[in-house]
Design a binder for this molecule. Sequence first.
Ligand code: FES
Ligand code: FES
Length: 158
Amino acid sequence: MSKNRRRIEIRFRVNRKLRRVCVHPLTRLLDILRLELGLTGTKEGCGEGECGACAVLMDGELVNSCLIPAVQLHGRSIETIEGLSKRGRLHPIQQSFIQRGGTQCGFCTSGMIMASVALLMGKKHPSSAQIGEHLAGNLCRCTGYSPIVDSVRKVGKK
Ligand code: FES
Ligand code: FES
């Protein structure tokens, strides 16, 4: 079977826009976002579901995009870091990360922020322990985690 014949058409929403891609059924969501759609804010760390660098929301649930094959995407709604700012204004959690030093090299940041958005959707004022527990699947090699927890705990505050 030729490579082309093994492609499938996927229609799904990314950051509220309808998108259509033709890819192999096992192409990872991470690669669709970065290579097909040019949304390079989502990063690849481990590629094995262990680091959270590639985290995005799928129908409002936090997922690691390196583990989601194209075949699961039809009709779904994906939100990435690029979809968080509205009318040129950063999302409050993005502002908080900048303000409190929650980002250093930035490699883990989009995954951290998407995981934080998922937490804050369910719980407006999480404790530090709850934030730490929720972000346990997101690894950071730079910050020592305290500024990240602080960024989430104080989101929206001066
Ligand atoms: S790159 Fe997906 S979890 Fe690490
Ligand atoms: S800020 Fe560098 S890995 Fe987290």
